[in-house]
Design a protein around this ligand. Structure first.
Ligand code: NAI
Length: 335
């Protein structure tokens, strides 16, 4: 099938080329992000593949549709960057990669907890400057700490498993609690209870209208003083301004962010010679107790292999009329 792959990065291409040896799709790799301006590049392509920083809003989808696109193949699990209702109305099928490696993201989230706690980032720099003093590097035992996991789907479940292994007391909130988590001893509680009792809160739910700014001034105030907050899900689950205020007041103890609500203009690019105009992001970068990574939770060899294989498999399924039902994104999933 003929497919235009937007936002192709050099590191992705070998995985796609390897996965395409059997499929033999006709793949055009495009470096630009999908936007209203670049959508015409897909003219005549029945399939378009996009990543999380591409814009698949209604206006863009209408341009793609006019150019003959009938399949949007997401190289991600999340689909908050897609106007799914408009795609449905236009008859554009949206297929995603629902699970590529929950381990990649879960391990990144736990890595952030360990880094913030034991301050590896600071220790690394100190030792290179021959400063072997330990002042300011003290952490705490993870063993016995209360960790609140919001969202116990594929990634949240792996996080629970790792933290249970550490000897943490794991509690969780999810409108559809996971049986697997219950059986490993995770206690399901209300969101308010989780905020009030957790030493660490980690977010693993999707971005939906219900979860947008779920972490705001009110929920932050309910959390324990000194709480560690980890977000590897989607940036807009946290109200960044409320988070900055809470950090300034010294209420939130430390924060690990792999995602940011306005990351579209920043992440996945080398801006080292540019002036960053997003003052909120720049303020977040100034806190010594905030660790930011640029949406790299998914970034393991295993995950990239699975993303390429499932994406190209989705094209084959669409062509042969046998799509994997689990990979289909429908408007019902957005409510
Ligand atoms: P999943 O669909 O397997 O699990 C999501 C869970 O969240 C489900 O159990 C669902 O019931 C729960 N949920 C839905 N609404 C909720 C709410 N209001 N409060 C609490 N829980 C709620 O998804 P998966 O694979 O575990 O991924 C989770 C999120 O991680 C994705 O939506 C995506 O945004 C993010 N992600 C981030 C990546 C990264 O590189 N940083 C890579 C892959 C996913």
């Amino acid at each position: 099938m003929k497919v235009a792959v937007y936002s192709t990065r050099s590191y992705e291409r070998p995985f796609f080329e390897r996965a395409n040896t059997d499929h033999k799709h006709s793949v055009t790799y495009l470096e630009p992000r999908l936007t209203t301006g670049s959508a015409v590049l897909a003219n005549g392509y029945p399939a378009v593949s996009v990543f999380v920083d591409d814009d698949a809003s209604a206006a863009v989808l209408r341009i793609l549709h006019a150019g003959g696109t009938r399949l949007l193949a997401l190289r991600s699990a999340g689909f908050n960057h897609v106007d799914v209702a408009e795609a449905d109305r236009l008859g554009i099928k949206v297929l995603r990669v629902p699970a590529y490696s929950p381990y990649a993201v879960a391990e990144h989230a736990v890595g952030m907890m360990l880094t913030l706690n034991r301050k590896f980032h600071r220790a690394f720099n100190r030792v290179r400057e021959q400063n072997f003093a330990l002042d300011g590097l003290m952490g705490f035992d993870m063993h016995g700490k209360a960790v609140g996991v919001i969202g116990t789907g594929r990634i949240g479940e792996v996080v629970c498993r790792i933290l249970t292994g550490f000897g943490c007391r794991v509690m969780a909130f999810d409108p559809s609690p996971s049986q697997a988590c219950r059986s490993m001893g995770v206690e399901f509680v209300t969101k308010e209870d989780l905020y009030a009792r957790s030493d660490i809160v980690t977010l693993h739910c999707p971005l939906t209208p219900q979860t947008r700014h779920m972490i705001d001034t009110t929920s932050l105030a309910r959390m324990r003083p000194g709480v560690m907050l980890i977000n590897t899900s989607r940036g807009a689950i946290i109200d960044s301004l409320a988070l900055i205020e809470s950090l300034k007041q010294g209420h939130v103890g430390s924060v690990g962010l792999d995602v940011y609500e306005e990351e579209g203009d920043l992440f996945f690019k080398d801006l080292s010679a540019d002036v960053i105009k997003d003052d909120v992001f720049v303020r977040l970068m100034t806190f010594p107790n905030v660790l930011i990574t640029a949406h790299q939770g998914f970034f393991t060899r295993e995950a990239c292999t699975a993303i390429a294989e499932t994406t190209l498999g989705n094209l084959a399924g669409f062509e042969s009329g046998s799509v994997n039902a689990e990979n289909v994104v429908t408007p019902k999933m957005v409510v």
